[in-house]
Design a protein around this ligand. Sequence first.
Ligand SMILES: [Zn+2]
Length: 489
Amino acid sequence: MRIATGSIAHESSTFTTVETDWDSYRNQRFGYRTGQDVLDFFRGANTAVGGFLAGCDAHGFELVPTIFANAQPSGPTPRAIFDEILDDMLVRMGQIKDLDGVFLDLHGAMVAEDLDDADGHILKAVRDLVGPGIPIIAQLDIHANMSPQMVAMADVIIGHETYPEIDQEERAKECTEVMYRILQEGLNPTLALTQIPLVWGMNQVTAHPPMRQAIEYLHEIESRPGVICGSIAIGYPLADIPHMGASVYIATDDDQALAQSLADELAEWIWNRRADWQLHLPSTAEILPEAESASRYPIIFADRDDNTGGGSPGDSTAMLHTFLAAGLQDACILYIVDPEAVAMCQEAGIGATLELAVGAKSTPLQGRPAKMRARVEALSDGQFTYEGPRNRGLKSTMGPSAHIVQDGVHVLLVSRREQPFGIAFSLTMGLDPRQMRYIGVKSSAHFRAGFEHFAGHIYVVSEPAVHSAAALQGQFKNLGRKLYPEYDL
Ligand SMILES: [Zn+2]
């Protein structure tokens, strides 16, 4: 059996100032990869392709690669670039002889220029290419904005069940299991979607209640007779599109009515708890006194609104201003995107002390630059290897980077936008977050997989940025429906 794999994944903010271009696909994350290189690069890694490979090996399938295109979250992809990427995948897929099935690794919250439902468009294009008889199974992020078109065009869709998302390999193996049952055992999937008029707040961490109960309920439904698999999509709220929001989708064996009733059942349970998924987010300055009195170190402040993993520029400065004003010792910010400041540090050299205006260069929405008189502790080209669980074993780069320190506040200046999934990159810069008392991260939750085990306490905070509530006020025009809590037409 020959199963094609193709990856086109992007989480698209329609509000960010960060534009998406060819460089975003070619030189961010793991680059634009084609053919055998896709398999060689991801074999053994905790990613969708890594899991497809492992699952295909186990079931005696041959995985046939097409392309891997995955940019860091940012603005909608220009249409010409999107079309070229999709065409590349379709042409390669069309050349595969004796194709028996298709695995797609998508995000589920991709928007292209003049194309709100880019994922649905990709799925339809693949369906048109392979015809109705070839099973298509897609893996999605937990933050997918699900559309009816996506569900109509795929045989089965399986979303991540963890946040921080660390089950890419596991879910991809599940995709291969379902593919095996379709091809060898005559399974006939019926897939149903229930959209919930809900903007899920920041209470999303699956290891903790109340999110843990939602996943447990999902697993209980998956254990019922006739159910193949099910998923909760939290949704991605930074997209002004009609299908933005949370949803549930369930696949059953040849029983559309059962799939729909189970999706409705879990969706209603989520809706009834709609207030439970919301979290009030204080600023770092507001929560600092409480954090100090709890004195459980290291204290981690996670800035939801300058999360580069959600498409933000990664150069907001409010938290840095707070750290400096409070005179914190053994404090660090991971990271601030500022290639200009990095270049000045490189020119000055390690050990030099220089005047710098740090951050907030992308847009005034990100705050005002922090004037620092800092010493350059370390410089690098940004190369490192992820320690996992997320991206375990994969090489990546933060671009030219500098570790600077003023008084007790350390800042890692980087050139590429990526949130800290672990401490590996910091260690290459001579900064060990485990030795710090205060850690600021530009990340909503993904950092937890690499930081929570040594954290004293974690506070999710909100600082002024392109994605903060104040900046988004009144900006939604295309939802076409009322959503809970505050997203009116
Ligand atoms: Zn996600």
